[in-house]
Design a protein around this ligand. Structure first.
Ligand code: COA
Length: 142
């Protein structure tokens, strides 16, 4: 039996999704639209990935989180593979702490000039935590 499976998010998943986001200092997720979740055998959410398109229809990962107790079991990798199958090219602004995860999955650096800050929903230039965060724009092409 698989440890987890991936499905569309539902309204009832949102409290857990928002708790996982809050634990990482991330904003509330507006709703289940374009959110895919990894669930355990009891259908409890153990990780999620939300996509948001830029003006050209390129998907930004915004954000991806694996519940802390489930890290290291392939949930994040499976969510990215799922997102890639749905959306094709993926872009994002990685936190410095997750840069290695994305590189492991084949993401490469992308110039800041290619970032759609609205789709990425980040304002790194005005963020007081920029130095600690060490944000890196990255993409995974088809
Ligand atoms: C980043 C995150 C989503 C990774 O999720 P995960 O479910 O633990 O990742 P996986 O188990 O699928 O790891 C896939 C591979 O990446 C590697 N990896 C995972 N996190 C890593 C990290 N921070 N640095 C380097 N490599 C990492 C794993 O070792 C694994 O390698 P393998 O294929 O050789 O076994 C998770 O750590 C997380 O939720 N972090 C907090 C939220 C966050 O920072 N999100 C990203 C915002 S930009």
């Amino acid at each position: 039996m698989e440890l987890f499976s991936i499905r569309d998010a539902r309204e009832g998943d949102m409290p857990l999704i928002d708790a996982y986001a809050a634990a990482e200092g991330m904003d509330v997720i507006p709703g289940p639209e374009r959110v895919r979740v990894a669930v355990d055998a009891d259908d409890t959410v153990v990780g999620f990935c939300r996509l948001q398109d830029d003006v050209n229809g390129i998907a930004y990962v915004n954000p991806i989180v694996t519940y802390s107790a489930w890290r290291g079991y392939g949930v994040g990798k499976a969510l990215i593979e799922d997102a890639r199958a749905i959306a094709g090219e993926l872009r994002l602004i990685a936190r410095g702490t997750s840069e290695g995860f994305y590189r492991r999955l084949g993401f490469v650096d992308m110039p800041w000039s290619d970032v759609d800050l609205e789709a990425a929903e980040e304002d790194c230039d005005n963020c007081p935590y920029r130095a600690e965060c060490g944000p890196v724009p990255m993409k995974l092409e088809n």
